[in-house]
Design a protein around this ligand. Sequence first.
Ligand code: RB5
Length: 149
Amino acid sequence: MLVIGSDHGGYELKTAILEFLRARQIDCTDMGTNGPDSVDYPDFAAKVATAVVAGEASAGILICGTGIGMSISANKFAGIRAALVHDEFTAQMAREHNNANILVMGGRVLSAEVGTRLVETWLDAEFAGGRHQNRLDKISAIEQQQGKE
Ligand code: RB5
């Protein structure tokens, strides 16, 4: 199961992505926001990141205006690898090299068409493992050193 969240800057793209996921019959829980009114992106990043860390969802999607605030917020959670992507190459690498468990996009940066394509690319890609796993292990070691776990 996936979880998705956005602020007002990502609301429109979130709606398009939910439609795409439903058409592909991919189970996804929408954690809001539920309209175009101004909200604070860290609140929604926290909801999605908490669900992923708790194992309630296998992965998450976050969208704000630029994607920057959502990625900064989500990456505060130990165990989260949130990747801000802009094109098919970064969406593919986010899975293959970084095994990103949250995909982040900018709703004011990407069209609905491109945004949904990036979600599809990330979902269909596979983590390459090997030397990339060693690097993820080093990220986990940094989290442990910082007493975040
Ligand atoms: C909200 O206006 C905007 O700051 C937010 O969506 C996001 O772009 C923050 O990084």
